[in-house]
Design a protein around this ligand. Structure first.
Ligand code: C2E
Ligand code: MG
Ligand code: MG
Length: 271
């Protein structure tokens, strides 16, 4: 993830203080971006994306405030808020997976596994509905510890996705050493698809590695019909991107899920 931090130290300190207050006082909220099955085009899941509307500066992008939270020791408190809120909202969307981004700093905390279990118990969401996305962009320092934690949570039914696959230096190393269930092809590869044979070859290679390892493959950042068509033929299992939906508030997801259920019921009756 690029470090889009505000320029001066002074400004960063101010912003960090405001972020601390926002976490404590309910100043953050979540949007959700749906993920669609590449064949049926039905909603398989949603990804929770944190939003911060600063009282005077307006919307601050996650690429600014997430690295700031990581830097200032606020990421676990922010992460707890995100997971708890996503679990509560997901109770309204039966059968839909909810994915939450987890920062490596948060994941590396010794109490991480217990925190997740506690939030699931507290909210009542089935562990099999929760997916944790870890970006390959930031380094996981202790692979052994990461594997133990993943296995503990996977034994409860939680799934793990390797986010932004291909964007960092550790992609293949992580795939070999950590038990991910899903691979999310980084948006930059999708973006370059029109650029020629090399990008096409890379996407095919990524999809075949994922499939050969028995993983679910999602492509993010799909914006055009051509990208969608190419990725479907290449064997990607699910799609995420502005072509289908931007990240939206939870009420809109409730409506989308409700409409889909209604449509499925009507088609059943019509048979
Ligand atoms: P990500 O997890 O890879 O999330 C996908 C990002 O791509 C989101 O940006 C989403 O709005 C954007 N996106 C989705 N489809 C398209 C598309 O078709 N075109 C374009 N141009 N963009 C698309 P967003 O919400 O700004 O988040 C950026 C990153 O910030 C996320 O990347 C994730 O790494 C991080 N992030 C967001 N929320 C959280 C959070 O709650 N916790 C942590 N640790 N990180 C978060
Ligand atoms: Mg993600
Ligand atoms: Mg991503």
């Amino acid at each position: 993830m690029p470090q889009m931090l505000p320029p001066t130290t002074h400004e960063r300190e101010d912003l960090a203080r405001d972020l601390h207050d926002a976490i404590q006082e309910g100043g953050l909220h979540l949007n959700y971006q749906p993920v669609f099955d590449s064949r049926s085009e039905r909603i398989l899941g949603v990804e929770a994306l944190c939003r911060w509307r600063h009282p005077s500066r307006g919307d601050i992008p996650p690429l600014t405030f997430i690295p700031l939270a990581e830097d200032k020791g606020l990421i676990s408190a922010l992460g707890d808020f995100v997971i708890r809120q996503a679990c509560i909202d997901a109770l309204d969307w039966p059968g839909v997976m909810v994915a939450v981004n987890v920062s490596p700093q948060q994941f590396q905390k010794p109490e991480f596994v217990e925190r997740i279990r506690h939030i699931l118990l507290e909210t009542g969401l089935a562990p099999s509905r929760l997916e944790l996305e870890i970006t390959e962009n930031l380094l996981i320092e202790d692979i052994e510890d990461a594997r133990t934690k993943m296995q503990a949570l996977q034994s409860d039914g939680i799934r793990f996705a390797l986010d932004d696959f291909g964007s960092g230096y550790s992609s293949l190393n992580y795939l070999l050493s950590l038990p991910f269930d899903k691979l999310k092809v980084d948006r930059s590869f999708v973006l370059r698809l029109e650029g020629g044979a090399a990008s096409v070859a890379i996407i095919h290679a990524i999809v075949s590695i994922g499939r050969a390892l028995g993983m679910h493959v999602t492509a993010e950042g799909i914006e055009t019909a051509e990208q969608q068509q190419f990725l479907r033929v290449a064997g990607v299992h699910s799609f995420q991107g502005f072509r289908f939906s931007r990240p939206v508030p939870s009420e809109i997801i409730s409506r989308m899920v409700g409409e889909e259920r209604q449509f499925a019921k009507l088609s059943m009756h019509a048979k």
